[in-house]
Design a protein around this ligand. Structure first.
Ligand SMILES: Cc1ncc(COP(=O)(O)O)c(C=O)c1O
Length: 389
């Protein structure tokens, strides 16, 4: 079925999620890292896109979950067979999340000394320490514990009866630039930046080892590119780990790397007009309500089956807001109302961050072995869950 037929059957706009591509991305990503460091494991970053199909594919591939809130934890508990493989992250873990994670023996990555205390009270036993590193804009991280305080944190954890098993870092790909007040996205971060973070964690792990805190795992977080561009990162990171004497497990939390190109959004042209400045304005039925990432970087827009000369267009959404811009200057062919656009590779932080500001969220279709089905088809969903069990 082509996209036009899918839209005719299921309405516009429409999310199109390719579960097979997601799985292929995951397998390829894991194989690059395992090729360089056999004790690598993957905890997929649920917040990137928590479509059930993707989560089951991660479990089937032997990966697990990195979650940052109770809702994600509950999802992970339905999908991940062994809860001790779940990684609980985030700066504001609510009490019930800590209690559930503690009872299940999940690995809780502590964001601060105060959180170590809350975790101990909630019954958590296995913890990691998130190490704060500056973001790419130079802003000091508001996540984690400064490197100079890690040893003290490990001692405090031990005094609270917690076992420190991992050191964790995440090089953010989205940052808030304080000087300009702008949100900036920079992904992926360069191999040497990830290698420097790995070296820092390996050095800290060996310091902690001297005081009998046995660090089983270094958690490098996300911010890594997809498999096709990842070999240099894997080489640089694993060299840094070896050079600093670390030989334990390497935990990776990919988000964009595996989910971004697995989802497109099909949207339709509602109206076209010429603005006072002469610019062509193409008004569509989806905007920043469903593609909030367009506010920091426009998606690639394709017009399926349409050839011919292209010219610039301001592509806007349905909200009565001036900032509802999908693309400020897309090169598009001649269009008319009813034509279809495809916003490509919008699988990361778009569906999960979309809102119901305006119309209800679009339906989601999932493709497996070339067949598209609604994601809310419960019969199909149960089949997927049975296969994963
Ligand atoms: C702790 C942590 N791990 C992993 C990720 C996934 O990052 P990315 O999508 O850049 O791979 C994030 C995203 O913000 C994160 O906060």
């Amino acid at each position: 079925m082509n996209v036009r037929e899918l839209i005719a059957d299921h309405g516009s706009p429409l999310w199109l999620a390719d579960a097979d591509l997601f799985s292929a991305n995951l397998r390829a990503f894991e194989s690059v890292w395992k090729g360089h460091w056999p004790q690598s494991r993957i905890a997929y970053s649920y917040k990137t896109n928590r479509l059930a199909w993707f989560l089951h594919r991660v479990e089937r591939a032997g990966g697990s979950a990195e979650v940052v809130c109770l809702a994600e934890y509950e999802l992970a508990r339905r999908v991940v067979a062994d809860p001790t493989r779940i990684v609980v992250d985030g700066p504001a873990k609510p009490e019930p999340l800590l209690t559930r994670a503690g009872a299940d023996g999940a690995l809780v990555i502590a964001d601060s000394l105060a959180e170590l205390e809350r975790a101990a009270v909630a019954g958590v036993r296995r913890v990691g320490l998130r190490v704060a590193v500056n973001s790419f804009t130079g802003t000091p991280s508001r996540f984690g514990i400064p490197p100079a305080e890690i040893l003290a944190a490990a001692r405090a954890a031990a005094a609270l009866g917690l076992s420190v098993r991992a050191l964790s870092v995440h090089l953010v790909s989205t940052d808030f630039e304080a000087t300009s007040g702008r949100v900036v996205v920079s992904w992926p971060r360069a191999p040497d930046e990830h290698a420097a973070a790995a070296a820092l964690l390996a050095r800290l792990a060996s310091q902690l080892g001297l005081e009998s805190h046995a660090i089983d795992e270094i958690d490098l977080g996300g911010g890594l590119p997809a498999a096709s561009a990842c070999a240099g990162h894997a080489r640089a990171v694993t060299r840094a780990l070896r050079d600093h004497g670390f030989s334990g497990g390497l935990l990776l939390e990919p988000g964009r790397a595996v989910a971004a190109d697995a989802v497109d959004l099909a949207l339709s042209v509602v109206a076209i007009k010429s603005l006072a400045c002469g610019a062509r304005c193409v008004i569509c039925d989806a905007g920043t309500n469903f593609l909030p990432g367009a506010l920091t970087g426009p998606p690639r827009l394709d017009v399926p089956g349409r050839r011919g000369p292209r010219s610039p267009a301001l592509v806007t959404g349905p909200l009565c807001l001036n900032a509802d811009v999908v693309h400020p200057c897309a090169q598009l062919p001649a269009l008319e109302p009813g034509d279809l656009l495809l916003a490509r590779a919008v699988g990361a932080y778009q569906q999960s961050a979309s809102t119901e500001f305006g119309e209800a969220r679009p339906r989601v279709l999932v493709s497996e072995r070339g067949t598209w089905r609604p994601a809310d088809d419960l019969h199909h969903r149960r089949q997927v869950e049975r296969q994963a069990a």
